[in-house]
Ligand binder design. Structure first.
Ligand code: SF4
Ligand code: SF4
Length: 292
């Protein structure tokens, strides 16, 4: 059995990565499970997804605590204590990190077998957008030893299901094969599937007032410093800005303040979703990749 855990941010395509890997493994003749976990839909928020691949029927269900392979699509997740993407890994685990830094930078911090590639750069070149789903799926498929033809078939199948057109499917198959050819297959110590302990859990009923999450304090989102989520940084070019306020209105984190009749970005809370860039009618907001 091989357990693969994907960590990423909302909007990067990790759920699709886990599905593509699952489909490719299924087409290769394995038993497979794949599923994601994420909270309220929020671009940039941490997302985790899983794929389990086995020659035997899979009896385990739930979160993968002891992954053989960890794929981290955004190095800023390593700074997030709540997400802690390396939790549960062993010395034998393989860790893949999408970053423009080198492997030595992460080896000391992580202390496991680390593979680093700058997939965001490839995504921008091939797809024109920092969507990593097919690139990461390609990396994962190679690491676990799936044949390339099944990967390509799985990309086509999964993207057709979400309504992608032929051109988009072609580009994503190309992205997946680039990811596939960036890494080498690794020997993974396979673990046997364990018989799960069968237990019926009685879930207590509570009134919605008690059982539903409630926001108790108003205007508290700024307490969560979402600036660490950012992969791309928006920078306002004031010589082009005409103070139309559209960026200020559209920013979903209220990270744009209005000062002296101009927008000012609060980088502690700007999560890098780039909605402001998309909405600015004068193209007055430029993008710079973090760390460059
Ligand atoms: S300032 Fe722009 S990039 Fe930052 S959170 Fe707001 S809309 Fe997104
Ligand atoms: S949307 Fe563009 S032009 Fe309008 S205030 Fe923002 S930066 Fe300035």
């Amino acid at each position: 059995m091989i357990k693969v855990r994907f960590h990423g941010r909302g909007g990067q395509g990790m759920k699709t990565s886990s599905r593509i890997l699952g489909t490719a493994a299924f087409l290769s003749g394995f038993f497979v499970q794949d599923f994601p976990i994420y909270g309220a839909e929020r671009r940039g928020a941490p997302v985790v997804a899983f794929t389990i691949i086995s020659k035997e029927p899979i009896l385990e269900r739930g979160y993968i605590f002891d992954p053989n392979i960890l794929l981290i699509s955004d190095e800023t997740l390593l700074l997030d204590k709540q997400t802690d993407p390396t939790k549960g890994m062993s010395k034998e685990s393989i860790v893949f990190i999408n970053s423009n830094k080198n492997e030595d930078y992460f080896k000391e911090k992580i202390g496991a077998k680390v593979i680093v590639e700058d997939l965001t750069k490839i995504a921008l070149e091939v797809l024109g957008r920092p969507i990593l789903s097919t690139l990461i799926a390609g990396v994962a498929a190679k690491l676990v030893g799936i044949e390339q033809k099944y990967l390509e078939e799985a990309v086509k199948e999964e993207l057709e299901q979400i309504g992608a057109n032929e051109e988009m499917i072609r580009k994503n198959i190309l992205a997946a094969t680039i990811g596939y050819n960036k890494v080498q297959e690794v020997k993974i110590e396979q673990t046997e599937s364990l018989e799960p302990e069968v237990k019926v859990v009685e879930v207590e009923y509570n009134d919605p007032e008690i059982s539903t999450p409630v926001i108790s304090f108003v205007a508290n989102s700024y307490l969560k410093k979402t600036g660490t989520w950012r992969v791309f940084k928006p920078i306002i070019k004031y010589q082009k800005c005409k103070s139309c306020r559209l960026c200020y209105v559209y920013c979903p984190e209220s990270a744009i303040k209005w000062e002296n009749n101009f927008p000012v970005i609060d980088y502690e809370n700007c999560k890098g979703c780039l909605i402001c860039v998309q909405e600015c009618p004068l193209k007055a907001i430029e993008i710079v990749r973090e760390g460059e």
